[in-house]
Design a protein around this ligand. Structure first.
Ligand code: G4P
Length: 526
């Protein structure tokens, strides 16, 4: 047992993910209320990017500014330290969310009972599956009319490609919603509309006992018995190990708005969710309870105020203990750095911290030293793996609009790419720079920031591309042949890797068919 094992075992670092409007903000807020981190409902709302503002990215950036404070929400609950990492709901910032998922040890997925699995959820789950992140599913809004619960379970298995296991089961829904039978705790949790909590929490081991009818009406009681029998018959016993391996997702039902089922979810979560685990570096596996500190930057948040061009680099502590004013090695620069005002995030407040342990997130004020994926250590050369870049979906040529400022433009582009705002490729045929993003908004953000922070002007030229894929091939003859054939569509990324820019899904399919020896990758880490 290491020196810090106790601290580390207490930690639960996770993210809540959902399609917008499923109830992520509401659930987060209720969790914070349990932790005593906030005291009034509504406190977290400011963090949400409002739908009315989707076309106005300045407004979105302002709201994102607010969200720095809620980037990490830490609180104590039942002897545990919980770190919730916030993820932007807006789909144009999906890349941010993907990266945040590299810094969590588990995930809670919120599903709207009426809508089932939606696009964003599907995409985010892909990342969880890739990383084998353990997930718990919370089916929300049971106080409203929704889909049949068994149908929902089938939909989850099919759409999210994960086995599920209900740990609570709803008694009716909508206006007739009476609560849930909590299979995990063997309790009957009763619901009364308009009451902001579980109204009754009754120990109830045997639902076949006629006493059930004392609490719920006979029709609901017999339906519940039949449902539970079916569940026990169809789904195997819940196995925590399988959950931790990312093979099975326990499912809870409730209503975040009514605070129903939230505490039960949290209680199960702290029991079964993993504490910080080992992290894979290129050189070796780094265990969370090692004595020496190591961590990586998974997110950089720029200040949009042009008078203070500063960023906060978010470090996930992977091992050991981080201390204020200690010297740590910035591995990429082979340079020692000292941080006098690292911050932690306690719910709404950002405060200077003296120490942090594996699982914690520390914010480091930065003026352009860091890029996503950078490692800090006590001296060892470590490079953490698993921070993938996904193939962007939108592409434009970027052109300099002010020849006197080309230096500024290049510096601005480099730094914005370091922050992970978008990805840069250079076309090998015409040597032009291509910016790839996941959403239209990023182009506007880049143009604005280049002008206001770097005094550089750019214009965009539309580029009709379908996907960028990183390609590899052991057979150099085949590889050269491919590159020749696709000369106009060959580019390199910032690391000098070969990237094929396919202009349509058909062309890509044909390329894969015609060149079976070439490997096409849709994320940049392989
Ligand atoms: P998000 O962060 O996932 O985007 O969702 P958010 O929590 O903001 O919830 C989206 C809407 O769904 C909100 O309503 C919220 O009040 C509602 N909601 C959340 N949980 C429940 C639930 O258990 N039952 C019901 N009936 N509604 C729920 P809104 O009208 O969009 O916002 P607001 O004006 O109420 O704040």
């Amino acid at each position: 047992m290491g020196q810090y094992t106790e601290e580390i075992n207490k930690r639960r670092t996770f993210a809540i993910i959902s399609h917008p409007d499923a109830g992520k903000t509401t659930l987060t807020e209720k969790l914070l209320l349990f932790g005593g981190a906030i005291h009034v409902a509504g406190a977290v709302k400011s963090n949400k990017i409002k739908r009315t503002a989707t076309s106005d990215w300045m407004e979105i950036e302002k709201q994102r500014g607010i969200s720095v404070a809620t980037s990490v929400m830490a609180f104590d609950y039942a002897d545990h330290k919980i770190n919730i990492l916030d993820t932007p709901g807006h789909q144009d910032f999906a890349e941010d969310t993907f990266r945040t998922l590299t810094a969590v040890d588990s995930v809670i997925i919120v599903i709207d009972a009426a809508k089932g699995v939606e696009t964003q959820t599907r995409k985010l789950m892909e990342v969880c599956r890739m990383r084998k992140t353990p997930v718990i599913i919370f089916i929300n809004k049971m106080d409203r009319e929704g889909k049949d619960s068994f149908d929902l379970l089938d939909e989850l298995e099919e759409e999210l490609q994960i086995r599920v296991r209900p740990l609570s089961w709803p008694i009716d829904m909508g206006p007739r919603f009476r609560g849930v039978y909590n299979l995990y705790e063997e309790k009957l949790n009763l619901y009364t509309p308009s009451k902001q909590y579980v109204t009754e929490n009754i120990e109830f081991k045997n639902i076949n006992s006629p006493e059930l009818e004392n609490y719920i009406d006979p029709a609901q009681a017999s339906k519940l018995r039949a449902d539970i029998e079916l569940i026990e018959g169809v789904y195997s016993q819940f196995d925590v190990e399988e959950y931790l391996k990312g093979n099975i997702a326990p499912v809870f039902f409730g209503s975040a708005l009514n605070n129903f089922g939230v505490k039960e979810l949290l209680d199960c979560f702290i029991n079964i969710a993993p504490s910080p685990r080992s992290v894979q570096a290129v050189e070796r596996t780094v265990m969370a309870d090692e004595e020496k500190f190591s961590g990586f930057i998974f997110k950089i948040h720029a200040n949009m105020d042009p008078n203070h061009r500063s960023c906060i680099a978010f470090v996930k502590v992977c091992s050991g203990r981080f201390e204020r004013n200690m010297n740590y090695k910035h591995v990429r620069f082979n340079k020692w750095m000292r941080f006098s005002s690292p911050t932690a995030f306690m719910a709404q407040k950002k405060e200077v911290v003296d120490e942090a342990y594996a699982g914690d997130i520390v914010g480091l004020p930065d003026t352009g030293n860091f890029k996503i994926g950078d490692t800090l250590t006590e001296g060892e050369d470590l490079h953490f793996k698993g921070l993938p870049s996904f193939s962007p979906e939108m592409f434009k040529y970027i052109e300099n609009a002010d020849p006197m400022k080309s230096k500024q433009l290049n510096k601005g582009i480099e730094q914005l790419m370091d922050e992970g705002v978008a990805q840069l490729f250079v076309n090998q045929f015409n040597n032009r720079k291509i910016i790839g993003t996941v959403g239209q908004l990023q182009f506007e953000v880049i143009q604005y920031r280049l002008l206001h922070e770097y005094g550089a002007q750019c214009t965009w030229e539309p580029l009709n591309l379908y996907k960028a894929c990183w390609i590899e091939c052991d057979d150099s003859e085949v590889f050269d042949n491919f590159k020749k054939r696709k000369a106009q569509y060959m580019a390199i990324d910032r690391e000098g890797r070969d990237v094929y820019m396919a202009d349509s899904s058909y062309v890509l399919m044909m390329a894969q068919h015609d060149f079976p020896k070439i490997q096409f990758h849709f994320t940049s880490e392989f």
